[in-house]
Design a protein around this ligand. Structure first.
Ligand code: C2E
Ligand code: MG
Ligand code: MG
Ligand code: MG
Length: 285
């Protein structure tokens, strides 16, 4: 199946490549319909205070239950949505859903929403988020937006304005997947981040590798100096929980505590926790 292409290089026909391409095209086409067909939903994963076990927030994570393909992971369809621009409509819907769910929770529980670079650069992006909050009647300080470093790389005025406007309104920001990209510490000073989320890849190495441990220690030392909180992602075992806590993380998230669950279950987790912590009288407020 070899053939010579225009640059005199030999390329081979790779059936897996075209299969991937076909799937991508299908996802692209069906993503447009998925919202209308009600195939998408938002799941919520608790973020807990490591010293008390109390749920402080939930991260909103989008799920796509396709009638034929089954469950599609966001890692597969979010990049497609980013490429086609569908992420704008999708992202607006996700923020609105997340805010609506959070409005049902106790007022000390926040909701974290992931934002794609394109969403931040869309015209009227900050206003759109403030509108979603108003419609859901969710106070701005109960929303936290998670963004990754890639958004900040180009040092654009748009990103700066977006963050400044929302931050002035009370919205919070978390730097997501810290440690996977450039991890420039300059961002932490320049932008209004209240939290740093240390990527799962460091957490899984925390007991095994001394290096991961040292990195988490350094980041959390710096975070507390800058008055920021540090969240460990992907905690799966009690050993990892203890190790990141010893390294200075105050908050954690991962399968050890809970997977992402539908909103009615998030509400039940909260009710059960309030019952345990505050006594049965206040359980159903
Ligand atoms: P992320 O923001 O870093 O989200 C954390 C991911 O780690 C989630 O995967 C979560 O289910 C997974 N996770 C949490 N705890 C554990 C654990 O203990 N072990 C393991 N192995 N994994 C754990 P998910 O839901 O598949 O999302 C993947 C990525 O897709 C997210 O990474 C985020 O970048 C993106 N994403 C998800 N939902 C949205 C969304 O609504 N909007 C945008 N723009 N991106 C989203
Ligand atoms: Mg995230
Ligand atoms: Mg992350
Ligand atoms: Mg991630």
């Amino acid at each position: 199946h070899a053939k010579v292409n225009g640059r005199n290089q030999i390329s081979f026909y790779d059936p897996s490549m075209s299969r991937n391409l076909v799937r991508r095209r299908e996802i692209e086409a069906e993503l447009r319909l998925a919202l209308q067909r009600d195939e998408l939903s938002i799941f919520f994963q608790p973020i807990v205070d490591l010293s008390t076990g109390r749920i402080r927030a939930f991260e909103a994570l989008v799920r796509w239950f396709h009638p034929v393909k089954g469950e599609l992971r966001p890692d597969e369809f979010i990049p497609v949505a980013e490429e086609t621009g569908a992420i704008i409509t999708l992202g607006n819907w996700i923020t609105a859903q997340a805010a609506r769910a959070a409005a049902q929770w106790p007022d000390d529980v926040t909701v974290a929403v992931n934002l794609s670079p394109l969403q931040i650069k869309a015209p009227g992006a900050a206003m759109g988020i403030l509108n979603a909050l108003r419609e859901a009647r969710l106070p701005a300080h109960r929303l936290e937006l998670e963004i990754t470093e890639t958004v900040l790389l180009d040092h654009s005025k748009q990103t700066e304005d977006f963050m400044a406007e929302l931050s002035a309104a009370g919205v919070r920001f978390a730097l997501d997947d810290f440690g996977t990209g450039y991890s420039s510490l300059g961002y932490l000073n320049k932008y209004p981040f209240g939290k740093i989320k240390v990527d799962r890849s460091f957490v899984s190495g925390v007991n095994a590798g001394k290096k991961s441990d040292a990195i988490i220690r350094a980041v959390s030392g710096m975070a507390s100096t800058l008055d920021m909180q540090i969240v460990a992602e992907g905690l799966e075992t009690i050993e990892q929980v203890q190790a990141v806590q010893a390294a200075g993380c105050t908050l954690g998230q991962g399968y050890y505590f809970s997977r992402a669950v539908p909103d009615y279950l998030a509400g039940m987790l909260l009710a059960r926790e309030r019952e345990r912590l505050d006594g049965p009288k206040r359980a159903i407020a």
